[in-house]
Design a binder for this molecule. Structure first.
Ligand SMILES: Nc1ncnc2c1ncn2[C@@H]1O[C@H](COP(=O)(O)OP(=O)(O)OP(=O)(O)O)[C@@H](O)[C@H]1O
Length: 414
């Protein structure tokens, strides 16, 4: 860590949490500013910039949607595009944390945290912030909207987008996390006669009637993008269906077609699925992961004014073989970090935080544990370390859902 002590802003409405984080981080050479609510946070930020921000997503106790936290996250990133925000959420909030990462958070921590992990996360955040500042991103870096890939399903999706984009047809986009649904929706809007009008997003998982009314009004004459529509409360579905006149409606769901249909009331479904586009998991797209990885290497090298470093042969193999549980989103983040934080001539496997496909050897400690009756805690701990505490990857390797992995991590104090 560089000599000047990093400044960390901790935004949490629980003074005990602020105190605990302060003790830990100060003991490790950091300067900590505490804020019990967003207003106090802005006052702190006005006093001077910070290296990382720990943001509790649920200010008002008992709330779980994280809505207030999301607003704060948006504002923090709008105020400073290099802000590095780590969101903090309770066990119930894993989906919310993942959504926050998509909204620009750089990492997340689940409460109750382990000190070791919190510290490692904050140190990573500080390194990322410093690398971002040092790299001085080219201000012009508007990214072109491109749905890249040569897999047949992606080619089919591009053809469908070109055909139905310019119409007013409602399009339902299905596919797993990070498969490009939002990107496809942006393309559909961009190629439509409404392109100059707003594309307004409604997050169905956290929507209530007031939010529905506000977003529908904001999308008037433009396009409404309903994200995770399968998660909309059943009582709200007829309310939403009734308000969709006069809008172009695009929607996304991580469930497959049948699962999505089953989650929607007839009246809402008829308004949404005139055309359906499926986007497959990145791991089912053959060489596309590698093609996208090379694209992101060039994109981030340009954006951060870094030399374009190639992928080593092993890195290319590891990328092609990985399960990519967070889809293109996860791949993109891995490459951004590697471009910003990696040194050397080329981007290698450790810089990406991946493992080589044939690397099936378990560390010796694990073997001993297996002989002693399969210590679940040791297996989980090793998987987490192997994946640099990336819970999605560790869970994928262990064959667990993320929620199941978090439960076990809490059980074993990992
Ligand atoms: N085929 C692709 N070509 C280029 N970039 C892509 C492609 N697919 C996805 N991306 C990029 O990957 C990231 C994740 O994609 P996107 O947000 O569209 O996924 P999603 O399916 O909406 O995910 P979620 O279910 O988590 O909302 C975005 O930055 C997007 O631009």
């Amino acid at each position: 860590m560089p000599s000047e002590s990093p400044a960390i802003l901790v935004i949490d409405d629980d003074p005990d949490i602020v105190r605990a984080a302060t003790l830990l981080l100060e003991r490790n050479g950091m300067r900590v500013l505490g804020a019990l609510d967003p207003d106090a946070a802005w006052v702190r930020l006005a006093e001077g910039p910070v290296d990382a921000i720990l943001l509790d997503l649920n200010f008002a106790r008992g709330r779980t949607s994280g809505e207030e936290g999301f607003r704060m996250l948006d504002r923090l990133i709008a105020a400073d595009r290099n802000a590095v925000v780590v969101v903090v959420t309770g066990h119930s909030g894993i989906a919310v944390a993942v959504q926050a990462m998509r909204g620009g958070a750089s990492d997340f921590v689940i409460k109750p945290w382990s000190n070791e992990r919190l510290l490692a996360t904050v140190e990573r955040a500080v390194a990322l912030r410093r690398a971002k500042l040092a790299a001085a991103p080219a201000p012009s870096g508007e990214e072109a909207l491109l749905l890249l890939g040569e897999a047949p399903a992606i080619e089919a999706a591009r053809r469908l987008i070109a055909r139905v984009g310019p119409t007013d047809a409602a399009v339902l986009l299905t596919g797993p996390a990070g498969s490009g649904k939002t990107l496809a929706a942006q393309l559909l809007h961009r190629t439509s006669p409404r392109a100059e009008r707003p594309l307004v997003t409604l997050g169905a998982a956290v929507a209530d009637l007031a939010m529905i009314e506000a977003r529908v009004a904001a999308a008037e004459g433009g396009t409404l993008l309903i994200e995770a529509v399968d998660q909309l409360a059943s009582t709200l579905q007829p309310e939403l269906a009734r308000r969709l006149g006069g809008l172009r409606v695009l929607s996304t769901s991580r469930r497959d077609r049948a699962g999505t249909r089953a989650a929607l009331s007839d009246d809402l479904r008829f308004r949404l699925n005139t055309v359906e586009i499926d986007l497959p998991a990145l791991s089912d797209r053959g060489e596309d992961a590698l093609l996208l990885a090379r694209h992101f290497c060039a994109l981030y090298a340009g954006r951060y004014a870094q030399p374009l470093r190639p992928l080593t042969e092993e890195a290319a193999r590891a990328i092609a073989a990985d399960a990519w549980p967070d889809g293109v989103h996860g791949l993109r983040q891995a490459i951004e970090r590697a471009v910003l934080l990696g040194g050397g001539e080329a981007i290698d496997v450790p810089t990406l935080g991946l493992s080589l496909p044939e690397d099936t050897l378990e560390p010796r400690a694990i073997k001993a544990d297996l002989n002693l009756g399969r210590s679940e805690a040791a297996l989980i701990s090793a998987a987490l370390k192997r994946h640099a505490f990336n819970v999605s990857r560790a869970a994928a390797e262990l064959g667990l859902t993320r929620a199941a992995l978090y439960r076990r991590m809490a059980k074993y104090g990992l």
